[in-house]
Every structure is written in structure tokens, then in C-alpha cells.
Design a protein around this ligand. Structure first.
Ligand SMILES: [Zn+2]
Length: 121
């Protein structure tokens, strides 16, 4: 099974799975196979090794990314959120409670209890 005019190399599936799905496979695989830009050296030499794993053929940098492309929409959003440090206050709270600061943990617990009581009222 080779290439077809309509779905190109997704023609390897023959007539199976339906035209819509074969078209979708073509779209994903085009993105997956083209060389991507390396976040380390900037050359367009990044290739997909396996699901979510990419390697630069120029500088040898290996990194994780999306399943079919090195960066995804949701991945970029998460990176931006981490950069903006929206999670830092939450992390501090978490560290304080897990590091055995019992007094503060108790204090926060009583606060939460108070809140719950307020809600009930
Ligand atoms: Zn590189």
C-alpha cells in the first residue's frame, strides 16, 4: 500500500478506517515528521524519537514534549503559568504544612473549619 492523491502517505491504510480519520492522521503526521526548532541551539534539527521524546541532531539535546509535536498549546500555557509564578504562593503553603510546622497547619485547619462553619450559617 502506498500513497494516494487524496490522503498521500496515509494511503498506507488502504480503504480502512474511513477517509476522515486518514485525513486526520495525515495532518498529525505532517507536523510530527517535519524538523522542529531546537530550544537549546535554535537549529531546525529536532526529530521525534518516541512518543513525547525529541532529540536535536545538531547539539544532542534530548527533551520531553507533546506526543506528536515538541510543544503543544496546553504545554505552552502551563509553561507561561509557571513563569508567571502563579503557583508560588500555593507551593509555599504546601511546604509550610509538609515541613512539620504543626502550629501553622493547625492554624490553617482552624481557619478552614471557621470558613466551613460560616458557610453552614
Ligand atoms: Zn539543538
Amino acid at each position: 500500500m502506498g500513497e494516494t492523491k487524496k490522503v498521500r502517505y496515509a494511503g498506507r491504510f488502504g480503504v480502512r478506517y474511513g477517509r476522515g480519520i486518514r485525513e486526520r492522521v495525515l495532518k498529525v503526521e505532517e507536523k510530527q515528521r517535519k524538523p522542529h526548532k531546537c530550544p537549546n541551539c535554535g537549529f531546525k534539527k529536532v526529530k521525534r524519537i518516541s512518543t513525547g521524546i525529541y532529540k536535536c541532531r545538531k547539539c544532542g539535546a534530548e527533551f520531553a514534549g507533546g506526543a506528536y509535536t515538541p510543544s503543544t498549546m496546553t504545554g505552552r500555557i502551563v509553561v507561561r503559568m509557571v513563569k508567571q509564578r502563579k503557583f508560588v504562593p500555593l507551593m509555599k503553603e504546601l511546604l509550610l504544612t509538609t515541613e512539620g510546622a504543626e502550629e501553622q497547619a493547625e492554624a490553617s485547619e482552624t481557619k478552614e473549619e471557621e470558613k466551613e462553619e460560616a458557610k453552614q450559617e
